[in-house]
Design a protein around this ligand. Structure first.
Ligand code: HMG
Ligand code: MG
Length: 314
Protein backbone atom coordinates (compact mmCIF):
# COMPACT_ATOMS: atom_id res chain seq x y z
CA UNK A 1 0.00 0.00 0.00
CA UNK A 2 1.31 3.47 -0.92
CA UNK A 3 2.97 5.63 1.69
CA UNK A 4 1.66 8.78 0.03
CA UNK A 5 -1.42 10.45 1.42
CA UNK A 6 -3.44 12.68 -0.87
CA UNK A 7 -4.43 16.12 0.46
CA UNK A 8 -7.24 18.38 -0.74
CA UNK A 9 -7.43 21.89 0.63
CA UNK A 10 -11.05 22.99 0.70
CA UNK A 11 -10.53 26.42 2.23
CA UNK A 12 -11.46 28.58 -0.81
CA UNK A 13 -14.82 26.74 -0.90
CA UNK A 14 -15.75 25.23 2.50
CA UNK A 15 -13.53 27.74 4.30
CA UNK A 16 -15.09 30.85 2.81
CA UNK A 17 -18.71 29.83 2.21
CA UNK A 18 -19.76 30.61 5.79
CA UNK A 19 -17.77 33.80 6.32
CA UNK A 20 -19.85 36.81 7.36
CA UNK A 21 -17.76 39.33 5.43
CA UNK A 22 -17.27 39.90 1.73
CA UNK A 23 -13.97 38.49 0.51
CA UNK A 24 -12.90 40.00 -2.79
CA UNK A 25 -12.37 37.80 -5.81
CA UNK A 26 -8.80 39.12 -5.96
CA UNK A 27 -8.13 37.92 -2.39
CA UNK A 28 -9.63 34.50 -3.16
CA UNK A 29 -7.37 34.25 -6.19
CA UNK A 30 -4.30 35.21 -4.07
CA UNK A 31 -5.22 32.52 -1.54
CA UNK A 32 -5.51 29.86 -4.25
CA UNK A 33 -2.17 30.94 -5.72
CA UNK A 34 -0.53 30.61 -2.28
CA UNK A 35 -2.17 27.23 -1.71
CA UNK A 36 -0.98 26.08 -5.12
CA UNK A 37 2.60 26.52 -3.90
CA UNK A 38 2.12 24.38 -0.76
CA UNK A 39 2.26 21.04 -2.56
CA UNK A 40 -1.31 19.94 -1.74
CA UNK A 41 -2.69 17.61 -4.41
CA UNK A 42 -5.98 19.38 -4.94
CA UNK A 43 -7.66 22.70 -4.19
CA UNK A 44 -11.42 23.00 -4.04
CA UNK A 45 -11.57 26.50 -5.45
CA UNK A 46 -15.26 27.48 -5.34
CA UNK A 47 -18.90 26.40 -5.85
CA UNK A 48 -21.18 26.86 -8.82
CA UNK A 49 -24.25 26.91 -6.57
CA UNK A 50 -27.10 29.38 -6.41
CA UNK A 51 -25.80 32.79 -5.26
CA UNK A 52 -29.11 33.20 -3.44
CA UNK A 53 -28.14 30.23 -1.30
CA UNK A 54 -24.42 30.95 -0.88
CA UNK A 55 -23.71 34.58 -1.79
CA UNK A 56 -20.14 34.28 -0.48
CA UNK A 57 -19.22 32.19 -3.53
CA UNK A 58 -21.35 34.03 -6.07
CA UNK A 59 -18.20 35.15 -7.92
CA UNK A 60 -17.20 31.64 -9.11
CA UNK A 61 -17.06 32.64 -12.79
CA UNK A 62 -15.03 35.80 -12.10
CA UNK A 63 -12.65 33.83 -9.87
CA UNK A 64 -12.08 31.29 -12.64
CA UNK A 65 -11.30 34.13 -15.08
CA UNK A 66 -8.73 35.62 -12.72
CA UNK A 67 -7.15 32.25 -12.01
CA UNK A 68 -6.79 31.53 -15.71
CA UNK A 69 -3.90 34.00 -15.75
CA UNK A 70 -2.05 32.05 -13.07
CA UNK A 71 0.11 29.10 -14.09
CA UNK A 72 -1.24 26.09 -12.24
CA UNK A 73 1.58 23.78 -11.10
CA UNK A 74 1.83 20.53 -13.10
CA UNK A 75 -0.29 17.76 -11.61
CA UNK A 76 -2.28 20.10 -9.38
CA UNK A 77 -6.04 19.49 -9.45
CA UNK A 78 -8.59 22.29 -9.13
CA UNK A 79 -12.11 21.20 -8.26
CA UNK A 80 -15.44 22.94 -7.71
CA UNK A 81 -18.82 22.09 -6.22
CA UNK A 82 -21.78 21.69 -8.55
CA UNK A 83 -25.34 20.95 -7.35
CA UNK A 84 -27.19 20.55 -10.67
CA UNK A 85 -27.03 20.93 -14.46
CA UNK A 86 -27.16 24.69 -14.18
CA UNK A 87 -23.97 24.64 -12.08
CA UNK A 88 -22.33 22.24 -14.51
CA UNK A 89 -23.06 24.56 -17.43
CA UNK A 90 -21.49 27.45 -15.51
CA UNK A 91 -18.39 25.38 -14.72
CA UNK A 92 -17.96 24.37 -18.37
CA UNK A 93 -18.36 27.98 -19.43
CA UNK A 94 -15.67 29.00 -16.93
CA UNK A 95 -13.30 26.39 -18.37
CA UNK A 96 -14.09 27.50 -21.92
CA UNK A 97 -13.47 31.13 -20.99
CA UNK A 98 -10.11 30.23 -19.38
CA UNK A 99 -9.20 28.45 -22.63
CA UNK A 100 -10.17 31.50 -24.71
CA UNK A 101 -8.43 34.15 -22.64
CA UNK A 102 -5.32 32.29 -21.46
CA UNK A 103 -5.06 29.07 -23.48
CA UNK A 104 -5.60 26.96 -20.34
CA UNK A 105 -6.46 23.42 -21.44
CA UNK A 106 -8.56 22.56 -18.37
CA UNK A 107 -8.69 25.07 -15.50
CA UNK A 108 -11.13 23.06 -13.36
CA UNK A 109 -10.33 19.36 -13.49
CA UNK A 110 -12.89 17.89 -11.13
CA UNK A 111 -16.58 18.31 -10.39
CA UNK A 112 -17.80 17.69 -6.84
CA UNK A 113 -21.48 16.91 -6.38
CA UNK A 114 -22.95 16.77 -2.89
CA UNK A 115 -25.72 14.95 -1.11
CA UNK A 116 -26.07 13.52 2.39
CA UNK A 117 -26.97 10.46 4.39
CA UNK A 118 -29.63 12.54 6.16
CA UNK A 119 -32.93 13.49 4.52
CA UNK A 120 -33.39 16.50 6.84
CA UNK A 121 -29.98 17.95 5.99
CA UNK A 122 -30.34 17.33 2.25
CA UNK A 123 -33.62 19.27 2.28
CA UNK A 124 -32.07 22.19 4.19
CA UNK A 125 -28.93 22.26 2.05
CA UNK A 126 -30.30 21.65 -1.44
CA UNK A 127 -34.11 21.81 -1.17
CA UNK A 128 -34.34 18.20 -2.34
CA UNK A 129 -34.55 14.64 -1.04
CA UNK A 130 -31.52 12.36 -1.29
CA UNK A 131 -33.18 10.60 -4.23
CA UNK A 132 -33.84 13.93 -5.98
CA UNK A 133 -30.22 15.01 -5.55
CA UNK A 134 -29.05 11.75 -7.12
CA UNK A 135 -31.39 12.33 -10.07
CA UNK A 136 -29.91 15.83 -10.49
CA UNK A 137 -26.41 14.34 -10.59
CA UNK A 138 -27.11 11.92 -13.41
CA UNK A 139 -26.76 14.47 -16.26
CA UNK A 140 -23.94 16.22 -14.40
CA UNK A 141 -21.86 13.03 -14.25
CA UNK A 142 -22.55 12.22 -17.91
CA UNK A 143 -21.48 15.69 -18.92
CA UNK A 144 -18.36 15.51 -16.72
CA UNK A 145 -17.32 12.30 -18.45
CA UNK A 146 -17.91 13.81 -21.88
CA UNK A 147 -15.55 16.65 -20.94
CA UNK A 148 -12.89 14.42 -19.32
CA UNK A 149 -13.56 15.81 -15.86
CA UNK A 150 -13.10 13.67 -12.75
CA UNK A 151 -15.96 13.43 -10.26
CA UNK A 152 -16.20 13.46 -6.48
CA UNK A 153 -19.41 12.69 -4.61
CA UNK A 154 -19.75 14.15 -1.13
CA UNK A 155 -21.93 12.47 1.45
CA UNK A 156 -22.61 14.83 4.35
CA UNK A 157 -23.68 13.90 7.89
CA UNK A 158 -21.93 10.54 7.81
CA UNK A 159 -21.92 10.31 11.62
CA UNK A 160 -24.59 12.70 12.78
CA UNK A 161 -27.05 15.21 11.38
CA UNK A 162 -27.66 18.52 13.18
CA UNK A 163 -31.42 18.10 12.60
CA UNK A 164 -31.97 14.35 12.56
CA UNK A 165 -29.46 12.95 15.07
CA UNK A 166 -27.42 9.78 14.59
CA UNK A 167 -26.92 8.35 11.12
CA UNK A 168 -26.32 4.65 10.57
CA UNK A 169 -23.16 3.64 8.68
CA UNK A 170 -25.37 1.34 6.58
CA UNK A 171 -27.30 4.37 5.31
CA UNK A 172 -24.01 6.05 4.35
CA UNK A 173 -22.87 2.90 2.55
CA UNK A 174 -26.13 2.80 0.56
CA UNK A 175 -25.72 6.43 -0.60
CA UNK A 176 -22.09 5.68 -1.53
CA UNK A 177 -23.22 2.70 -3.63
CA UNK A 178 -25.87 4.88 -5.33
CA UNK A 179 -23.23 7.52 -6.17
CA UNK A 180 -20.82 4.95 -7.57
CA UNK A 181 -23.61 3.47 -9.67
CA UNK A 182 -24.05 6.90 -11.24
CA UNK A 183 -20.41 6.72 -12.32
CA UNK A 184 -18.85 8.94 -9.65
CA UNK A 185 -15.10 8.31 -9.28
CA UNK A 186 -14.49 9.18 -5.65
CA UNK A 187 -16.62 9.18 -2.49
CA UNK A 188 -15.97 11.90 0.09
CA UNK A 189 -17.33 11.09 3.55
CA UNK A 190 -18.26 14.36 5.30
CA UNK A 191 -18.49 14.59 9.07
CA UNK A 192 -20.32 17.89 8.62
CA UNK A 193 -20.68 18.82 12.29
CA UNK A 194 -17.54 17.17 13.61
CA UNK A 195 -19.35 14.53 15.66
CA UNK A 196 -16.96 11.70 14.79
CA UNK A 197 -14.80 9.77 17.23
CA UNK A 198 -12.09 7.28 16.27
CA UNK A 199 -14.58 4.51 17.13
CA UNK A 200 -17.48 5.86 15.04
CA UNK A 201 -15.19 6.69 12.10
CA UNK A 202 -13.73 3.16 12.27
CA UNK A 203 -17.23 1.64 12.25
CA UNK A 204 -18.21 3.85 9.33
CA UNK A 205 -15.22 2.99 7.15
CA UNK A 206 -15.47 -0.71 7.93
CA UNK A 207 -19.16 -0.73 7.01
CA UNK A 208 -18.59 1.14 3.75
CA UNK A 209 -15.76 -1.20 2.78
CA UNK A 210 -17.79 -4.28 3.74
CA UNK A 211 -20.51 -2.98 1.42
CA UNK A 212 -18.04 -3.52 -1.43
CA UNK A 213 -16.53 -0.06 -1.84
CA UNK A 214 -12.83 0.00 -2.56
CA UNK A 215 -11.02 1.97 0.16
CA UNK A 216 -8.86 3.66 -2.49
CA UNK A 217 -11.99 5.49 -3.64
CA UNK A 218 -12.64 7.05 -0.23
CA UNK A 219 -11.71 10.51 1.03
CA UNK A 220 -12.43 11.69 4.57
CA UNK A 221 -13.69 15.24 5.15
CA UNK A 222 -13.62 16.08 8.84
CA UNK A 223 -14.92 19.14 10.61
CA UNK A 224 -13.32 19.59 14.00
CA UNK A 225 -15.76 20.49 16.78
CA UNK A 226 -14.38 18.58 19.74
CA UNK A 227 -10.69 18.41 18.81
CA UNK A 228 -11.04 14.76 17.81
CA UNK A 229 -10.45 15.11 14.08
CA UNK A 230 -6.73 14.23 14.31
CA UNK A 231 -7.56 11.02 16.20
CA UNK A 232 -10.15 10.22 13.53
CA UNK A 233 -7.51 10.73 10.81
CA UNK A 234 -5.22 8.33 12.67
CA UNK A 235 -8.00 5.72 12.84
CA UNK A 236 -8.74 6.11 9.13
CA UNK A 237 -5.04 5.81 8.22
CA UNK A 238 -4.87 2.57 10.22
CA UNK A 239 -7.71 1.20 8.08
CA UNK A 240 -6.04 2.22 4.81
CA UNK A 241 -7.67 5.56 3.90
CA UNK A 242 -5.12 7.59 1.92
CA UNK A 243 -7.02 10.76 1.01
CA UNK A 244 -8.11 13.58 3.34
CA UNK A 245 -9.55 17.08 3.14
CA UNK A 246 -8.50 19.96 5.35
CA UNK A 247 -8.46 23.73 5.29
CA UNK A 248 -5.82 26.33 6.08
CA UNK A 249 -6.34 27.88 9.51
CA UNK A 250 -9.20 25.45 10.12
CA UNK A 251 -11.68 27.69 8.31
CA UNK A 252 -14.96 26.27 7.17
CA UNK A 253 -18.48 25.14 7.90
CA UNK A 254 -21.66 24.55 5.94
CA UNK A 255 -24.08 27.48 6.36
CA UNK A 256 -26.97 24.99 6.28
CA UNK A 257 -25.52 22.85 9.09
CA UNK A 258 -25.78 25.60 11.72
CA UNK A 259 -28.57 25.44 14.28
CA UNK A 260 -29.76 28.17 16.67
CA UNK A 261 -27.56 26.82 19.42
CA UNK A 262 -24.49 25.83 17.43
CA UNK A 263 -22.55 27.34 14.55
CA UNK A 264 -21.27 24.82 11.97
CA UNK A 265 -17.64 24.02 12.83
CA UNK A 266 -14.52 24.55 10.74
CA UNK A 267 -12.62 21.82 8.87
CA UNK A 268 -9.61 20.11 10.36
CA UNK A 269 -6.72 22.59 10.04
CA UNK A 270 -4.32 21.59 7.30
CA UNK A 271 -1.31 21.92 9.65
CA UNK A 272 -2.88 19.51 12.17
CA UNK A 273 -3.79 17.12 9.36
CA UNK A 274 -0.26 17.11 7.91
CA UNK A 275 1.30 16.65 11.38
CA UNK A 276 -0.94 13.69 12.15
CA UNK A 277 -0.15 12.08 8.82
CA UNK A 278 3.62 12.51 9.13
CA UNK A 279 3.64 11.36 12.77
CA UNK A 280 1.90 8.20 11.60
CA UNK A 281 4.81 7.59 9.19
CA UNK A 282 3.13 8.67 5.94
CA UNK A 283 4.11 11.31 3.42
CA UNK A 284 2.37 14.23 1.79
CA UNK A 285 3.82 16.65 -0.74
CA UNK A 286 3.12 19.60 1.55
CA UNK A 287 5.88 22.10 2.34
CA UNK A 288 5.30 23.40 5.87
CA UNK A 289 6.91 26.81 5.23
CA UNK A 290 4.68 27.43 2.24
CA UNK A 291 1.74 26.19 4.29
CA UNK A 292 2.54 28.78 7.01
CA UNK A 293 2.48 31.52 4.36
CA UNK A 294 -0.84 30.32 2.95
CA UNK A 295 -2.27 30.11 6.48
CA UNK A 296 -1.17 33.69 7.19
CA UNK A 297 -2.73 34.83 3.92
CA UNK A 298 -6.05 33.07 4.70
CA UNK A 299 -6.15 34.41 8.25
CA UNK A 300 -5.43 37.95 7.08
CA UNK A 301 -8.08 38.08 4.37
CA UNK A 302 -10.71 36.53 6.60
CA UNK A 303 -9.91 38.83 9.55
CA UNK A 304 -10.06 41.90 7.29
CA UNK A 305 -13.44 40.83 5.92
CA UNK A 306 -14.77 40.05 9.41
CA UNK A 307 -13.66 43.48 10.60
CA UNK A 308 -15.39 45.15 7.65
CA UNK A 309 -18.52 43.12 8.41
CA UNK A 310 -18.34 44.30 12.05
CA UNK A 311 -18.16 40.75 13.36
CA UNK A 312 -14.88 41.27 15.27
CA UNK A 313 -13.67 44.12 17.44
CA UNK A 314 -11.25 46.34 15.53
P1 HMG B 1 -33.71 25.79 -5.35
O1 HMG B 1 -34.08 27.12 -4.79
O2 HMG B 1 -34.51 24.62 -4.94
O3 HMG B 1 -33.57 25.72 -6.91
O4 HMG B 1 -32.17 25.55 -4.98
P2 HMG B 1 -34.27 26.41 -8.09
O5 HMG B 1 -33.99 25.53 -9.25
O6 HMG B 1 -35.69 26.74 -7.71
O7 HMG B 1 -33.45 27.76 -8.27
C1 HMG B 1 -33.52 28.87 -7.39
C2 HMG B 1 -32.72 30.01 -7.99
O8 HMG B 1 -31.34 29.67 -8.07
C3 HMG B 1 -33.13 30.33 -9.42
O9 HMG B 1 -32.83 31.69 -9.63
C4 HMG B 1 -32.18 29.47 -10.25
O10 HMG B 1 -31.98 29.98 -11.54
C5 HMG B 1 -30.91 29.62 -9.44
P3 HMG B 1 -33.98 32.79 -9.62
O11 HMG B 1 -34.87 32.43 -10.76
O12 HMG B 1 -34.69 32.64 -8.30
O13 HMG B 1 -33.22 34.08 -9.79
N1 HMG B 1 -30.02 28.48 -9.57
C6 HMG B 1 -28.69 28.62 -9.74
N2 HMG B 1 -27.92 29.72 -9.89
C7 HMG B 1 -26.59 29.51 -10.04
N3 HMG B 1 -26.03 28.28 -10.06
C8 HMG B 1 -26.78 27.18 -9.93
C9 HMG B 1 -28.18 27.33 -9.76
N4 HMG B 1 -29.19 26.46 -9.60
C10 HMG B 1 -30.30 27.17 -9.48
N5 HMG B 1 -26.19 25.99 -9.93
C11 HMG B 1 -30.00 24.56 -5.22
C12 HMG B 1 -31.50 24.34 -5.28
C13 HMG B 1 -29.33 23.21 -5.23
C14 HMG B 1 -29.59 25.39 -6.44
C15 HMG B 1 -29.67 25.33 -3.93
O14 HMG B 1 -30.23 24.65 -2.85
C16 HMG B 1 -28.20 25.50 -3.69
O15 HMG B 1 -27.52 26.16 -4.44
N6 HMG B 1 -27.68 24.90 -2.59
C17 HMG B 1 -26.27 24.94 -2.30
C18 HMG B 1 -26.04 24.86 -0.82
C19 HMG B 1 -24.57 24.83 -0.56
O16 HMG B 1 -23.75 25.21 -1.36
N7 HMG B 1 -24.19 24.35 0.66
C20 HMG B 1 -22.82 24.26 1.06
C21 HMG B 1 -22.05 23.24 0.34
S1 HMG B 1 -22.29 21.59 0.95
C22 HMG B 1 -21.22 21.48 2.31
O17 HMG B 1 -20.68 22.45 2.75
C23 HMG B 1 -20.92 20.11 2.89
C24 HMG B 1 -19.55 19.58 2.47
O18 HMG B 1 -18.53 20.46 2.87
C25 HMG B 1 -19.30 18.19 3.08
C26 HMG B 1 -19.53 18.15 4.60
O19 HMG B 1 -18.89 18.92 5.33
O20 HMG B 1 -20.37 17.35 5.01
C27 HMG B 1 -19.47 19.43 0.94
MG1 MG C 1 -17.59 20.54 4.80
Amino acid sequence: MSNHVRITDVSPRDGLQNEPGVISTQNKCCLIEMLSKTGVDEIEMTSFVSPRWVPQLGDAAQLASLLAGFKKPAGMVYSALVPNERGMEALLKANEHARDIAGVDQLIDKVAVFTAASEAFTQKNTNASIKETLARFEPVVLCAKEHRLATRGYISCVIQCPFQGSISPEQVAQVAIDLLELGIDEIDLGDTIGAGTPESITRLIQTVVQAGIDISRLTLHLHDTFNKASQCVQAALDLGVRSFDGSVAGLGGCPYASTESRQAPGNIALAALINTISQAGFQTGVDLNQLDEATECATRIVQEARKDAGSVES
